[in-house]
Design a protein around this ligand. Structure first.
Ligand code: ADP
Ligand code: MG
Length: 359
């Protein structure tokens, strides 16, 4: 499958600027992937994003979206295929929620019934009951609800690509977490290609299939969260992601990555169990509750699929199997296995072993 977006040595220097805002960035975004661009303020994230939908044009390099050079694609056509969500949602204040969401379909000349159906579908998708929300004005919505409507509007014409620039930055922690979960759910259901910009490391680790770390206009490293944690390419990436912190590693791995896929000795009914999709940080709490005994792993339907041992978690935390061969079953070895018999609830950072493979 052709990549959704390709950036080839892209640079942007604003007129009169001493240094480029984006400098020689090359990047491929695969179709259906949720790619997070992570970096501190001023690192060039927004500039990079805005070159993809041609709000800015690169001063050097090439950007290809769905196989076509963006500079050779009419802007309206390009943007029809790209939804764009920003922090200040930018809803039209005097239009209802339904009118806001229907903006692009109206421009595209859809008939009223099709637009109304699409609006209701998207409101349902965003957990906003249509009957309740359709006719409200933006000022009658909370910040989180406005952001949901903003996302619905971006999805209205079903664009294959979604660009999101710190979309949840202004929300409180609980609303933000809820919207992150919803975005992951939408991603799974609609299989959009999403480029998501944030300066929040936790948000990046939670959402990303892959993370691109930017600093001073350059890409420091790109890779799966666990790759960046296990083998940070630069001291900056190591510090930024907290790669020395055991718990960071655990939260980007799931039980399915490290479990033993075989029938558990104990059945799920006889005690606590974890689902295969649980992250290892949460699974660790369960293991601690039952003092490090193997815990049965079940699928979404509750059927047993394997078991999780303390050693599996410890090995993954030390950059072992989970990092090197995701999803590969096998016997735990090395890592922190020597100390694994004693569960510790401690939060302290743990140095990774030699086998972690950091360069
Ligand atoms: N329209 C613009 N004109 C001039 N300079 C800009 C413009 N937009 C951004 N910059 C500069 O480019 C650099 C990167 O900015 P930006 O891409 O917004 O970073 P980020 O989104 O990571 O905070 C900053 O130094 C910023 O001041
Ligand atoms: Mg920005």
């Amino acid at each position: 499958m052709e990549p959704a977006i390709v950036l080839d040595r892209v640079s942007k220097t604003f007129p009169g600027a001493a240094a480029p805002a984006v400098a020689g960035c090359s990047l491929t975004v695969h179709a259906g992937e949720l790619l997070v661009v992570l970096g501190s303020s001023g690192s060039g994230k927004t500039t990079l994003l805005k070159m993809i939908n041609r709000i800015h044009e690169p001063t050097a390099g090439r950007i290809v979206v769905n196989g076509r050079d963006v500079l050779h694609t009419p802007v309206t056509e390009l943007r029809r295929g790209i939804g764009y969500v920003i922090q200040q949602v930018g809803l039209f204040p005097h239009q209802t929620v339904a009118q806001n969401i229907g903006t692009v379909p109206r421009i595209l000349g859809w008939d009223r019934r099709r637009i109304a159906q699409r609006v209701d579908f998207l409101l349902e998708l965003m957990q906003l009951p249509p009957a309740q929300y359709r006719d409200r004005l933006p000022r009658q919505l909370s910040g989180g609800e406005q952001q949901r409507v903003g996302i619905a509007r971006a999805l209205a014409a079903d664009p294959p690509i979604l660009l999101m620039d710190e979309p949840f930055g202004a929300l409180d922690a609980i609303t933000r977490a809820a919207l992150q979960d919803e975005l992951l759910d939408i991603q799974r259901r609609l299989k959009k290609t999403i480029v998501f910009v944030t300066h929040d490391v936790d948000e990046a680790l939670k959402l990303a299939d892959r993370i691109v770390v930017m600093e001073k206009g350059r890409i420091e490293q790109a890779g799966r969260p666990i790759e960046l944690l296990s083998a940070p390419a630069t001291p900056f990436v190591r510090r930024l992601l907290g790669a020395d912190n055991l718990l960071q590693h655990l939260r980007v791995l799931s039980v399915r990555d490290v479990m033993e896929p075989r029938a558990p000795a104990r059945t799920a009914e006889s005690g606590p169990a974890v689902t295969a999709g649980t992250n290892l940080r949460d699974a660790l709490s369960v293991l601690l509750q039952i003092r490090g005994e193997p815990v049965p792993v079940v699928d979404e339907a509750g059927a047993p699929v394997g078991q999780l041992r303390w050693e599996h978690v410890m090995e993954a935390a030390s950059g072992g199997r989970g990092a090197a061969r995701p999803g590969t079953p096998g016997r735990p070895a090395g890592g922190l296995a020597g100390t694994a018999a004693t569960p510790r609830a401690s939060d302290e950072p743990v140095r990774r072993g030699e086998e972690a493979g950091a360069g």
